[in-house]
Design a protein around this ligand. Sequence first.
Ligand code: G1P
Length: 274
Amino acid sequence: MIKKCLFPAAGYGTRFLPATKATPKEMLPVLTKPLIQYGVEEAVEAGLTTMAIVTGRGKRAIEDHFDISYELEHQIKGTSKEPLLSEIRSLIDQCTFSYTRQVEMKGLGHAILTGETLIGNEPFAVILADDLCTSQNDSVLAQMIEVYEKYQCSIVAIEEVPMKDTNKYGVIAGNLVDGTKDTYRVTDMVEKPDPKDAPTNMAIIGRYILTPDIFDILRNTKPGKGGEIQITDALLEQAKQGKVIAFKFKGQRFDCGSVDGFVEATNYFYKKEG
Ligand code: G1P
């Protein structure tokens, strides 16, 4: 059973400066909801209720968001504004949130390793909140948990991207598992390869299910692309033992780490909710 979801949320969000100078990028709103709330909702939809958030300096707003604001709630109680807080209130009631700080920015792999103290020795999910995912039926994470239950190994979500964009993603190569159209046993993984070196155009997006042996592997993973400890490199060690599945999810993903993707997501949700 997977119960915990890790949110690496220590990054600076430099692509959104100056907005992210004093506001965590995870708190940027698509319509009225901050990005990280969409992520927590996706986790809850998949049956996960323990949220483990790896934060850093200047990220206090995330903790305040997932906490009760007595003064505000008292002010709007009984008014027409009260329902505006009902979604977040219900998340706070259903989930527990715990936090740890990544004191140095040494990459996504290092952020995940920093979360070990909140996760312990059990399989867990990872959501990168700036990849905003939506789907018609089951949430992307719920789909991945189904895959995990079948294969009992690490799972990465993938989608095909234009070949010219491989240098923005972890890219996998693998073989379709017999009888499936969307499930690959991973044979190779490369972090942000140049298009000419990319094994395929199948890109990892910000959803993972990881088995806890990943922590020992991460402890021994040398800095890779960009001088950072990469989760892609650690996963390659598991893949060499046939223990990583890549899953082409059903649904849509917006890269809210880029201004274009953020605007697309905003338009999408505005149309959907309007
Ligand atoms: C990270 C990972 C990369 C993955 C991407 C998904 O990169 O390192 O492998 O494809 O997330 O969003 P980042 O976007 O943090 O540079």
